[in-house]
Design a protein around this ligand. Structure first.
Ligand SMILES: Nc1ncnc2c1ncn2[C@@H]1O[C@H](COP(=O)(O)OP(=O)(O)OP(=O)(O)O)[C@@H](O)[C@H]1O
Ligand SMILES: [Mg+2]
Length: 278
């Protein structure tokens, strides 16, 4: 299984139906093929989780994703105990298998857990690239062609995440993902999500404007790709444009405050971009 030797480490210059800034895409690949761990950061819905999968696909790498938020104790990374036929047995995790073979391991939402949960995988992620599994009394070496990419959310809209300690920062190079440029996003909405050309452009413009207002601190939450994807789905099902926008972009924001509410701001943005008379 896996990638042919001659293809190992050859960068691709784009990913099908997925946009990443070309310089970032090439640096991410250079890092991952140099054995350096990558941390993808950025607002929600900027494609962090999806990119890990697309990179594995583009390079024909076996892919394993760990939902880090579901790790409850430092030992959960490696497996869990089960009571089977009168005995407690240790069921080793998929992660332990994945790190011993070539492939891409995504540690998704890495900062969804407290830093003490990270401690037990530090030796996997630093130059040691090995770990001792107490439960099975095994020393495990990480395969030289096992690539680690983590994702995390940083920023004021993220409750339920934890500040990184320097131990983590030392083990990853961070790359921040952004929304695709308006025209590129519109093109993706048209091609992948079957919006018509004008509507795709409108949704991309609204997304960019609302996200800019978040960064200017005029709105309390960022706007990524997802509301536009949901709006495309409603439009495909025959909903009128206004309804599609209401249930995707508008309703994510609070109506509290009446004319001064966040919803009012969003409605004004939409009104400004809608073709007149709609
Ligand atoms: N740059 C992009 N190009 C194409 N599709 C994108 C891009 N960014 C996001 N998407 C689409 O938007 C959706 C959300 O992306 P994804 O789940 O990867 O976001 P995320 O950054 O991991 O968000 P979160 O921080 O909430 O986990 C996916 O369907 C993804 O395909
Ligand atoms: Mg994600």
């Amino acid at each position: 299984m896996g990638i042919k030797d001659k293809d190992w480490g050859v960068n691709v210059d784009h990913l099908p139906d997925f946009w990443v800034d070309p310089e970032k895409l090439s640096v991410i690949q250079d890092l991952m093929f140099s054995g350096i761990n990558v941390m993808l950061t950025g607002d929600p819905g900027t494609g962090k989780t999806e990119l890990t999968k697309r990179l594995a696909q583009a390079h024909g790498l076996p892919f394993h994703r760990v939902n880090v938020g579901a790790i409850r104790t430092p030992r959960d990374w490696f497996g869990h105990w089960e009571f089977i036929a009168g005995q407690t047995v240790f069921i080793q995790s998929e992660l332990v298998a994945a790190i011993q073979r070539p492939g891409l391991v995504a540690l998704d939402e890495f900062n969804r857990v407290t830093p003490d949960i990270h401690n037990s995988i530090y030796t996997i992620l630093d130059h040691n690239r090995e770990v001792y599994i107490e439960e099975t009394k095994q020393h495990i070496a990480v395969h030289p062609r096992c690539i680690f990419i983590s994702t995390e959310n940083r920023g004021r809209s993220h409750t339920g995440t934890f500040m990184e300690d320097t131990a983590v920062d030392d083990r990853f190079e961070s790359i921040r993902l952004e929304l695709p440029p308006v025209e590129v996003m519109a093109g993706l909405l048209e091609k992948v999500y079957q919006a018509d050309g004008d509507q795709a452009l409108l949704l991309a413009r609204i997304t960019h404007k609302l996200n800019a207002l978040f960064h200017e601190e005029s709105l309390s939450r960022p706007t990524g790709f997802r509301p536009a994807i949901s709006a495309c789905a409603l439009l495909r099902r025959g909903q009128p444009l206004k309804t599609a926008l209401k249930y995707t972009f508008v309703n994510r924001f609070s109506p509290e405050g009446g004319v001064d509410s966040e919803q009012t701001t969003v409605l004004q943005v939409i009104q400004a971009y809608l073709p007149s008379g709609k």
